[in-house]
Design a binder for this molecule. Structure first.
Ligand code: PGA
Length: 247
């Protein structure tokens, strides 16, 4: 069974004090035992958060594909682990669009994370022009084939994928539950084709893109939606809390 996950991607938001306010508002005791809640703060706050949060995992929004050395501005997995983060994002559409992270580069990050035994959420999703041309399934399958599907069945087992249609991210436009389920079901069937039904059923497939308390229940009720990667709504404690409790 795929694990239920709700992850909050804070992106480059929240000052030190705002972060404290948000933390105070999160009712940690109300997080259901069968839901894995994760926050992805700016890297500067990982250490603080990892010390103060017990029921929420702390992740990193970005990490280097190198171990150490002359890579100005980069942070290595061992440095990240040493301050308490346990998971990283790979392939978020903002990294793909603004920092030219292509499928081949993302494959190198996947391989590095696997080598370093660092858990990750692999993000995929099509831009609006691709959906309008009816190529969204081909496009997403290609992202997975070029960056992720070279892994062995063992490495793929219990993996986490976030489907985030670019046209829904930060726009207020959410994919309908039918659109989300269609893509999630396809992703699971591609994993089954490439690996086994057991592997396919072990992978958590999260939805991301303007997910909020008003639509989370309907999205999470879809058979192939195992949770969400939440941007804007994770910056508000009561919204994030409501989404975590939407299964
Ligand atoms: P959003 O962002 O919820 O603000 O649309 C989702 C994401 O980028 O992960």
């Amino acid at each position: 069974m795929a694990q239920k996950i709700v992850a909050g991607n804070w992106k480059m938001n929240l000052g030190k004090e705002e972060k404290m306010e948000l933390l105070k508002g999160l009712k940690l005791s109300d997080i259901p035992n069968d839901v894995n809640a994760i926050v992805f703060p700016t890297s500067l706050y990982i250490s603080d958060l990892a010390k103060s949060l017990t029921k929420i995992e702390v992740g990193v929004q970005n990490f280097s594909n190198q171990n150490n050395g002359a890579f100005t501005g980069e942070i290595s997995i061992s440095q990240i682990k040493s301050v308490g983060a346990t998971i990283g994002l790979i392939g978020h559409s903002e990294r793909r669009a603004y920092y030219q992270e292509n499928n081949a580069f993302l494959k190198s990050k996947v391989d590095h994370a696997i080598n370093e035994q660092f858990k990750f959420i692999f993000c995929c999703g099509e831009p609006l022009s691709i959906r309008e041309s009816g190529q969204e399934f081909l496009f997403v399958k290609n992202q997975l084939q070029e960056s992720l599907f070279h892994l062995s069945a063992e490495e793929m087992m219990n993996g986490i994928i976030a489907y985030e249609p670019v046209w829904a991210i930060g726009t207020g436009v959410t994919a309908s539950s039918e659109q989300a389920e269609d893509m999630h079901k396809s992703i699971r069937s591609w994993i089954e084709e490439k690996y086994t039904v057991e592997v396919a059923n072990s992978v958590s497939i999260l939805y991301g893109g303007s997910c909020k308390p008003s639509n989370a229940k309907e999205l999470f009720a879809c058979p192939n939606v195992d949770g969400g990667l939440i941007g804007g709504a994770s910056l508000n404690a009561s919204d994030f809390h409501a989404i975590i409790n939407s299964f």
